[in-house]
Design a binder for this molecule. Structure first.
Ligand code: XLS
Ligand code: NI
Ligand code: NI
Length: 436
C-alpha cells in the first residue's frame, strides 16, 4: 500500500532544476561550517497539522483530501495513518517528526482506554521508526482540546483537571522515552486567562511551576534525558498566555528555579504575535543560553492570528540561521515545521510542495548566514561599533572597577563624553542584501 504512488523520494537537483518536486538548495550531505546541512537543520514534520489538519476554519469544515483516511476515529485508522505519515516523511527526507499524544491516537472513554489506544499506535510508530530511521524530535501532550481543560490544565481552578493533566503528561513522557524522543515540549495551551476579575494569577503560576517540576522529576525517575522545552506564545487560545514571549518565559523559569531544566522552543508566528521579530526572540533566548529549538513557520503581515504558514521568506530564514549559527546550533532541537497548508491547497501533493519550500528556504538561509559569517564584514562593523569599550575606561567598567563616583570624577574632568559614531544601519542593510 502506498499513499503517495506518484511521488518518488524528493532529491536535491540544484538551482538549475525546474522540477517543483525537487530541492534546489537543501542538499543533506553538503557541508557548511564543518557540519552537513542535515546536521545543522534537523528538519522535523509535525503530525498535528500535516496528518490531522483538515483545513477547517470558523466559516466552514475541512476541505483536505486524504484518501487514506477511512472517516472513523478508530485505532486501526490511526495506525494506518501512522504508516502513511512515515511514507511521507521518508519520501521527503526529513530526519525527524513531532507529535501530541492525541494527534496519534484517539481519546477513549476513560484514561485507561485512552492509554491503551495510545500504546497501540505507539507500537506502529516504533516499527516505522525502526524501518525508516526517522526519529522523534520531541513529544508533547494535548492539554487544551478536551473540554476538561477549558480553564487550563496546570493552571486550572479545578485541581482534578491538574491531576488529569499530570497523568496525561506522565504517559506522554513514557511514550516519548520509549520512542527515543530527543525532547519534550510544553506549549502553553490554555494556560493563561480570559479575564483577570476571575483569575488568581499568582496561584496559577505557582501551579504551573509545580507541574513542570513534577515533569522534570518524573523524567529523572524513568531515565528520560531528552531536552525539555517551553514554547512562548502571547495570545490564542487565551487572551493572555502566561508563556507570552521569550523574556517572560525566561523570567518564569528563573523565578521558579527551572532554568537548568528547560530551554525555549521558539515559533516565528508566535514571535510576531508578541510584537517581536523571530530574530529578537532567538537573540533573547541565545543570550540566556536557552536557545533550544525552532517551530518554523510564518504569519501573515496583514492578519493578526496564528496562520502557521510555511516559511518561504529568505530574509527571515537568513536571520534565523544567522542567530542559530551564532549560538552554536540547535541540536538536540531542530527546525520543526509547525505549519499548515492553506485550506485551498487540499491535495496530498500540496503537503510535499509546502515542506520542500520550507526546507529549501531554510537551507538557503543557512548558506547565506554562513556566507555572512565567513565574509566577516558584518562582524567587524558590529565589533567596531563597540570598539571604545576596549579603552581603559571601557575595560575598567566591564571589569567591575568603577562605581558612580569614579565615573563622575572622570566625566567632571573630561567635561563631556566622546562623540558618537554612526550606527550605519542603511549601509548594513545594503550589505546584507548583497548576500541574498
Ligand atoms: C500552537 C503551538 C503548538 C505547539 C505544540 O500554537 O504552536 O502547535 O507547537 O503544542
Ligand atoms: Ni508550535
Ligand atoms: Ni503556533
Amino acid at each position: 500500500m502506498t499513499a503517495f504512488p506518484e511521488i518518488d523520494r524528493i532529491r536535491f537537483e540544484g538551482t538549475d532544476s525546474t522540477n517543483p518536486l525537487a530541492f534546489r538548495h537543501y542538499n543533506a550531505e553538503e557541508v557548511v561550517e564543518g557540519k552537513t546541512m542535515a546536521e545543522h537543520l534537523r528538519f522535523s514534520v509535525v503530525y498535528w497539522h500535516t496528518f490531522r489538519g483538515q483545513g477547517a476554519d470558523p466559516f466552514g469544515p475541512g476541505t483536505a483530501l486524504r484518501p487514506w483516511e477511512d472517516g472513523t476515529d478508530s485505532v486501526e485508522n490511526a495506525q494506518n495513518r501512522a504508516r502513511v505519515a512515515f511514507e511521507f516523511i521518508e519520501k521527503l527526507g526529513a530526519p525527524y517528526y513531532a507529535f501530541h499524544d492525541r494527534d496519534v491516537a484517539p481519546e477513549g472513554a476513560s484514561l485507561t482506554e485512552t492509554n491503551k489506544n495510545l500504546d497501540a499506535v505507539v507500537g506502529v510508530l516504533k516499527e516505522e521508526q525502526q524501518r525508516t530511521g526517522i526519529k522523534l524530535l520531541w513529544g508533547t501532550a494535548n492539554l487544551f482540546s478536551n473540554p476538561r481543560y477549558m480553564h487550563g490544565a496546570a493552571t486550572s481552578p479545578n485541581c482534578e483537571a491538574f491531576a488529569f493533566a499530570a497523568a496525561q503528561v506522565k504517559k506522554a513522557l513514557e511514550v516519548t522515552h520509549e520512542l527515543g524522543g530527543e525532547g519534550y515540549t510544553f506549549w502553553g495551551g490554555r494556560e493563561g486567562y480570559q479575564n483577570l476579575w476571575n483569575t488568581n494569577m499568582k496561584r496559577e503560576l505557582d501551579h504551573l511551576a509545580m507541574f513542570l517540576h513534577m515533569a522534570v522529576d518524573y523524567a529523572k525517575e524513568i531515565g528520560f534525558t531528552g531536552q525539555f522545552y517551553i514554547e512562548p506564545k502571547p495570545k490564542e487560545p487565551t487572551k493572555h498566555q502566561y508563556d507570552s514571549d521569550a523574556a517572560a518565559c525566561l523570567n518564569f523559569l528563573r523565578q521558579y528555579d527551572l532554568m537548568d531544566h528547560l530551554k525555549l522552543n521558539l515559533e516565528t508566528n508566535h514571535a510576531t504575535l508578541a510584537g517581536h521579530t523571530m530574530q529578537h526572540e532567538l537573540e533573547v533566548a541565545g543570550g540566556a543560553g536557552a536557545l533550544g529549538s525552532i517551530d518554523a513557520n510564518t504569519g501573515d503581515m496583514l492578519l493578526g492570528w496564528d496562520t502557521d504558514q510555511f516559511p518561504t521568506d529568505i530574509y527571515l530564514t537568513t536571520q534565523c540561521m544567522h542567530s542559530v549559527l551564532k549560538y552554536g546550533g540547535l541540536a538536540p532541537g531542530g527546525v520543526n515545521f509547525d505549519a499548515k497548508v492553506r485550506r485551498e491547497s487540499f491535495e496530498p501533493i500540496d503537503l510535499f510542495h509546502a515542506h520542500i519550500g520550507g526546507m529549501d528556504a531554510f537551507a538557503r538561509g543557512l548558506k547565506i548566514a554562513a556566507a555572512i559569517r565567513a565574509d566577516g564584514r558584518l562582524d567587524s562593523i558590529v565589533n567596531d561599533r563597540y570598539s571604545n569599550w576596549e579603552s581603559e575606561l571601557g575595560t575598567g567598567i566591564e571589569g567591575g572597577k568603577h562605581d558612580f563616583s569614579s565615573l563622575e570624577k572622570i566625566m567632571l574632568e573630561k567635561g563631556d563624553a566622546a562623540t558618537n559614531v554612526s550606527g550605519r544601519q542603511e549601509m548594513i542593510e545594503n550589505l546584507i542584501n548583497t548576500y541574498l
